[in-house]
Design a protein around this ligand. Structure first.
Ligand SMILES: Nc1ncnc2c1ncn2[C@@H]1O[C@H](COP(=O)(O)OP(=O)(O)OP(=O)(O)O)[C@@H](O)[C@H]1O
Ligand SMILES: [Mg+2]
Length: 310
């Protein structure tokens, strides 16, 4: 569905991305991860035909982005880093305008606009001027314009930036809903977002791909490294910490800063975590919260910063 071959982009002397190669299959949701300046937006601008690469190719639905830009643009919905919304237009009118630009057939336009408004929960503001909306709502308008032509491919550059936690959760749900019907690439810095919505991730650092894995493979790759688990109990906090130190695999157990919280480091197979959890429950300390630190975060940090530290 999307294929990128040896994609390189130089901005003057600065090489932003170098020989990127990847494929995204139909219906896949792929997370594009990388620190600031890694080259995520640059890659997305090229795939969507907004910018030419210095060398290499990008194909969308079998069409070369630069040989057949119209065919590609018809099939792609793109949310750029800065949403392309016109402040002096009303939300609904703007979405109709975008649908026309995307060559949606006339008789389908009002239904398509309605669907995009529903999916992004813009109903209550559909008759307001875009410039008067809050930042989060403007971001939703940006997402709605990407969806409005019901495109096969969605390229979303940091779709949840500027949204409040409730809206972030809504967009996550929306992306989950779109999965299967659309092929999606989304970029983000927010790792739980990737874990919640993507099947596969591409990690990019300093313009190069440093990992392309399914999330399940990442989980396996980190199976036997140290991981951190935190939890909260209601009673017998100190006794519990002593007990945990004797659980197989636990290398450290200390009180956290919040009342009743405990941080544990253990050699990280799932078995060890299971044993830890059952010990806490059986201790009768009254478990009210338990969280295993994201493995993805470990992998991400190792790949993007770790190399410089060792
Ligand atoms: N128009 C431009 N002119 C010159 N350099 C640019 C331009 N756009 C981006 N760059 C540089 O290219 C590199 C990649 O930038 P890009 O915006 O693709 O990164 P990003 O991964 O999207 O970062 P962020 O997470 O901050 O959005 C950076 O070093 C950036 O400074
Ligand atoms: Mg960017």
């Amino acid at each position: 569905m999307i294929e990128v071959r040896n994609l390189t982009k130089d901005y003057g002397q600065r090489r932003a991305i170098e020989s990127l190669n990847f494929k995204v299959e139909k219906g896949e949701v792929v997370g594009f991860l990388g620190p600031n300046g890694a080259g995520k937006s640059t890659t997305m601008k090229i795939i969507t035909g907004f910018m030419a690469p210095t060398s290499g190719e990008a194909l969308v639905c079998g069409y070369d982005v630069f040989e057949n830009p119209m065919e590609v643009k018809k099939r792609i919905g793109y949310l750029p880093e800065t949403p392309p919304v016109y402040g002096d237009m009303y939300v609904k009118d703007y979405l109709e305008f975008v649908a026309q630009l995307k060559l949606v057939e006339k008789h389908k336009i009002s239904q398509f606009v309605k669907n995009a408004i529903e999916k992004t929960n813009l109903g209550p503001v559909q008759n307001r001027l875009i410039q008067n909306l809050s930042k989060g709502f403007r971001q939703r308008v940006g997402i709605a314009q990407a969806l409005v032509s019901d495109p096969e491919v969605l390229i979303l550059d940091e779709p949840t930036v500027g949204l409040d936690p409730k809206q972030v959760a809504e967009i996550r749900d929306l992306i989950k809903e779109l999965r299967g019907q659309h092929t999606i690439i989304l970029s983000t810095h927010i790792l739980p977002e990737v874990e919640a919505t993507c099947e596969r991730i591409i990690i990019i650092n300093q313009g190069k791909i440093v990992a392309q894995e399914s999330l399940s493979n990442i989980a396996n790759a980190t199976k036997n490294t140290t991981r951190q688990v935190s939890f909260k109990v209601r009673r017998n906090h100190n006794e519990l910490i002593q007990k945990l130190l004797s659980v197989t695999g636990v290398v450290r157990a200390v009180a956290g800063s919040a009342p009743g919280s405990v941080l544990v480091e253990l050699n990280g197979s799932d078995d060890a975590v299971e044993m830890l959890a059952s010990t806490v429950v059986q201790s009768g300390a009254g478990l009210i919260e338990m969280q295993s630190m994201a493995q993805l975060e470990d992998v991400f940090l190792k790949l993007t910063y770790g190399a410089a530290e060792t």
